[in-house]
Ligand binder design. Structure first.
Ligand code: SAM
Length: 233
């Protein structure tokens, strides 16, 4: 996913340009920190105090130059308009967050407003078109059958959350002025791997297969997650 994001950034902006990046629901800040290390000016917005503390701890270990390029704000991703001016970011990330938001459209509209013209909106969502894959591949037939006609699912933490369908998000993105530009599948073959499973010896091959499948029909359509890139008109 990081590779896909870097590719989208590289396709839109000259190498070396310091981009203004907003990471909404940044969690522990893994992606935000990676982008700050790459030279960008990153703002992380996160509502969970424990996550914020973890992100601050990681940031504290970084050299001054990187610490100065990253700011962390505690707040709700639905309130971007309270914290920032419209059009003040080149890239807005919202990865692994939409699952937890009951009504995604107002959040997404707010994120699109934060983008400068030509800016990139990067979303990572649970694929609502392929929810039967995980239970089905695990031999949970009742669970698989129940997954066809719904966009809610129980995640690995035991929470009942939301998935998003590609066609619905495509329509939403068009409606908020950040039409879908590119989309990828993420975790096509690896979704049923147990949490904490040992890293396979042929990790490079696994990543190459996932990378390829995530860009290739029909595989990407049944991925566990969808990575959608919209571009502000
Ligand atoms: C699954 S984690 C993803 C973290 C990170 N973006 C990543 O990709 O690794 C989801 C994060 O979104 C945060 N979150 C959920 N709803 C949010 C909201 N409305 N505003 C801000 N953060 C939110 C959660 O607190 C959590 O840290």
């Amino acid at each position: 996913m990081a590779r896909q994001l870097d590719e989208q950034i590289a396709g839109r902006y000259p190498v070396g340009r310091r981009l203004r990046i907003l990471d909404v629901g940044m969690g522990q800040g893994t992606q935000a920190l990676r982008l700050a290390r790459a030279g960008h000016q990153v703002t992380g917005l996160e509502q969970d105090a424990t996550m914020i503390a973890a992100a601050r701890e990681s940031l504290a270990c970084e050299p001054d130059g990187i610490r100065e390029r990253m700011r962390i704000i505690e707040g709700d991703g639905r309130d971007t308009g309270v914290h920032f001016l419209p059009g003040s970011f080149d890239v807005v990330l919202c990865h692994g967050v939409l699952m937890y938001v009951e009504e995604p459209d107002p959040l997404l509209a707010g994120l699109a407003r934060m983008l400068a013209p030509g800016g990139l909106l990067s979303l990572l969502v649970r694929n609502g078109d392929a929810l039967a894959m995980r239970p089905g591949l695990s031999g949970d037939w009742a669970g698989a059958l129940a997954s066809f006609d719904t966009t809610t699912y129980r995640n690995r933490l035991g929470l009942d959350v939301r998935a998003d369908r590609l066609a619905t998000l495509k329509a939403t993105l068009a409606g908020i002025g950040a039409p879908l530009h590119t989309w990828y599948g993420v975790r096509v073959f690896t979704d049923t791997a147990a949490d904490g499973a040992e890293v396979p010896a042929d990790l490079e091959s696994l990543l190459a297969v996932e990378e390829r499948a995530g860009r290739t029909d029909p595989y990407r359509g049944i991925a566990a997650l969808l990575h959608l890139c919209g571009v502000r008109g």
